[in-house]
Design a protein around this ligand. Structure first.
Ligand SMILES: Cc1cc2nc3c(=O)[nH]c(=O)nc-3n(C[C@H](O)[C@H](O)[C@H](O)COP(=O)(O)OP(=O)(O)OC[C@H]3O[C@@H](n4cnc5c(N)ncnc54)[C@H](O)[C@@H]3O)c2cc1C
Length: 430
């Protein structure tokens, strides 16, 4: 069998490895225009902050591809011919396939802000290796920056800029930081933490105009308050979307929606053509809203599932219990299950440790726990997940919480019982 995978991110490479386990003789080719080798996108910030070399971002030894006979091609796929079962590369050559996998990831959102069409330089995103190149180049000649967009990528970019001594303003359109993921209480102290680090955080403030100098480099932004913020770098971190722009121009293409439309087995409308990872828009029969999951762990699971389905498994993708972990500067963050997407006014047990950037939020439905938002210390997400599956009550979880806490080597963070507050989940916004 001749398998072609477009995209060498976690979805594409996991798919290739599973396919190799299934068939020692299959020809497996992974094409990617971004980099020669798979790298950890989630660790981009550590390279920008000079804490990791670019080579260290690669989770696997380069010899693995040779040993597993996974052929890597550095090029962009620019077209496909479904009837001839070929894809066309930017270099002009074509690759035939028996099975084709789109694992093309996500791309950053950009909106038609006034002045955006005048920009020749100074605007960055923080998603790709080329974005990192831009960031590193521009940092050298920037004293001030503005970052737009109050999510995870935004805060990472802000932290990197600050690390390099660039005075940074963080424009957050919403009344508090990252309402999709955090309750107001957590968001308020993450904001306080950012300000403590010297970030100029502006809530409910958005960019209305971009200014450029005579050479077309960003020189400032105007906000909805009328203020002009001078800057030499403008970071746009206003979310990401499935990366389908290039595919829209293909003569033949699988059916597209917001992403590449697939059914539960992650096969597109074209037989033998699959999509997985950030780019996949999964439609389940009887469900109105399709599922797109733009997170690492899901991309890996979807890639593995497609790796088997290439060989006729017909396994259906069932989204796992949501889990994510990250850091807001020094504040550890672990989330499991349903939190901000929990039913309206789901009861919450919430506590913040006095004087520390540390909090726990346990969301339940009156009978059983359905989600956790844990900030400021490290938690074993597998235990938290198990408690949700075991349908443990909030009282039981509260009593046993300590056993899920990781910070043993530093002395576990204290859990002061008297600080626990019962409150409804904040549903004021939007
Ligand atoms: C800064 C940052 C921080 C993040 N932090 C977290 C986190 O803490 N937790 C978490 O769960 N997720 C995080 N994510 C999201 C996570 O990185 C993604 O969900 C994951 O990498 C998606 O993997 P993927 O394989 O689907 O796509 P990608 O890793 O995007 O790989 C797709 C590849 O395909 C290439 N490609 C696209 N089109 C073509 C074409 N036509 N021809 C050839 N090649 C093509 C792309 O250039 C890219 O290299 C973060 C993302 C970013 C940018």
């Amino acid at each position: 069998m001749n398998i072609v995978i477009i995209g060498n991110g976690v979805a594409g490479i996991t798919c290739a490895q599973v396919a190799r386990q299934r068939d020692a003789d299959a020809r497996i080719t992974v094409v990617s225009g971004e980099t020669d080798y798979f790298f950890s996108r989630t660790a981009l910030m550590y390279s920008y902050m000079d804490l990791m070399s670019r080579r260290d971002l690669e989770p696997m030894e380069r010899s693995v591809y040779r040993k597993q006979r996974i052929d890597l091609v550095r090029d962009w796929v620019v077209d496909m011919d479904a009837s001839a079962s070929t894809v066309k590369l930017g270099s002009g050559s074509t690759l035939p396939y028996d099975k084709l996998v789109f694992a093309v990831g996500a791309s950053p959102n950009m909106f038609p802000w006034k002045g955006a069409d005048q920009i020749k330089d100074g605007k960055v995103h923080f998603v790709s290796m080329q974005d990192l190149d831009d960031c590193e180049r521009l940092t050298k000649t920037s004293k001030q920056a503005v970052v737009v967009g109050g999510g995870l990528i935004g805060i990472e970019l802000v932290e990197c800029l600050l690390h390099h001594g660039v005075k940074t303003t963080f424009l957050i359109r919403e009344p508090y930081y990252w309402p999709m993921a955090l309750g107001r209480e957590e968001a308020d102290y993450v904001t306080e933490h950012m300000r403590h680090h010297g970030v100029d955080v502006r809530l409910e403030e958005e960019m209305t105009q971009i200014q450029v100098d005579a050479a077309g480099r960003v020189s400032g932004v105007v906000t909805n308050t009328g203020e002009t913020l001078p800057c030499q770098m403008l970071g746009i971190a206003a979310g990401v979307k499935p990366n389908v722009e290039r595919i829209k121009a293909f003569a033949d293409a699988p059916e597209l929606g917001r992403g590449i439309k697939v059914g539960p087995t992650l096969e597109t409308n074209l037989p033998g053509v699959f999509a997985c990872g950030d780019c996949a828009e999964i439609h389940y029969p009887g469900q109105e809203r399709p599922l797109t999951e733009l997170i690492w762990y899901s991309a890996k699971r979807q890639g593995a599932l497609v790796g088997g389905n290439l060989f006729g498994d017909a396994a259906e993708y069932a989204p796992p219990l949501f889990f994510n972990s990250s850091k807001f500067f020094e504040v550890e963050y672990t989330t499991v299950g349903s939190v901000m997407d929990a039913p309206d006014n789901a009861p919450t047990l919430y506590r913040k440790l006095p004087g520390k950037y540390m909090s726990q939020r346990i969301v339940h439905d009156g009978e059983r726990v359905i989600g956790f938002n844990m900030l400021g210390s490290r938690w074993n997400h597998e235990i938290l997940e198990r408690w949700i599956h075991e349908r443990r009550s909030a009282e039981w979880v509260e009593k046993n919480l300590r056993s899920a806490q990781y910070d043993v080597e530093f002395g576990r963070a204290p859990l002061h019982k008297h600080d626990v507050q019962a409150m409804p989940l904040n549903k004021e916004w939007p």
